[in-house]
Ligand binder design. Structure first.
Ligand code: HEC
Length: 180
């Protein structure tokens, strides 16, 4: 019983299920390898797994990225959208969208840094002559502070390369990127 109390903390959803299902079958005994059916992904049985192992990377492919160059074209859409949540308190992506703490990003690719009218950029940005490309955005996002010291974007960076690629693909698809 001590055990099941711990389990409740770890997974209230499973508890809810157990409560509805009448109990016995959902007895959480994670160390008992004879427990049937409950653990689908973490089984260490000697049988060859029939379905793909849990580690398989599933990519959510989206039409939205179809027109982008590689590696953005085959980036994971859901990962991109999810990673963008890190930016959305400060930026909008839609055409004509408002500036928030940071500037609206529509049409940014191919344009010089600091070009949104009416946004009060830092001196570091105003003095810079970067032209935005997906690759330069990747460097900016890896560490905004190191890439352009003195800029005002208080954001530590997107650490994982696959998150960066995916969020850049997402931003490209949402801000009217065109390769011309
Ligand atoms: C806490 C608010 C904040 C967050 C979070 C944030 N930014 Fe920013 N961002 C800013 C500010 C402020 C600036 C303007 C920097 C300056 O003037 O020095 C900026 C500038 C930018 C620029 C340059 C825009 C231009 O007009 O040249 C890009 C691109 C950008 N951010 C992308 C992102 C992305 C992508 C994310 C998420 C991964 C993100 N930012 C997260 C506040 C933020």
């Amino acid at each position: 019983m001590i055990f099941s109390a711990r389990y409740v903390v770890a997974s209230s959803a499973a508890l809810a299920l157990a409560a509805c299902g009448g109990g016995d079958a959902a007895d959480p005994a994670p160390t008992d390898s004879s427990t049937p059916a409950q653990s689908t992904t973490e089984t260490t049985s000697t049988e060859t797994p029939i379905s793909a192992p849990a580690e398989t990377v599933e990519i959510s492919v989206s039409e939205a990225f179809a027109a982008l160059p590689e590696p953005y074209k085959s980036a994971d859409y859901d990962r991109g959208r999810r990673t963008y949540k890190l930016c959305q308190s400060c930026h909008t992506l839609n055409e004509g969208g408002p500036n928030l703490v940071g500037p609206n990003l529509y049409g940014m690719f191919g344009r010089g840094i600091g070009a949104v009218e009416g946004f009060n950029y830092s001196k570091a940005v105003q003095d810079s002559d970067i032209i935005w490309t997906p690759e330069i955005l990747a460097e900016w996002l890896e560490s905004p502070r190191n890439f352009l010291p003195g800029n005002n974007m208080s954001f530590a960076g997107v650490r994982k390369p696959e998150d960066r690629t995916a969020v850049i693909a997402y931003i490209m698809s949402e801000t009217g990127y065109s390769s011309e």
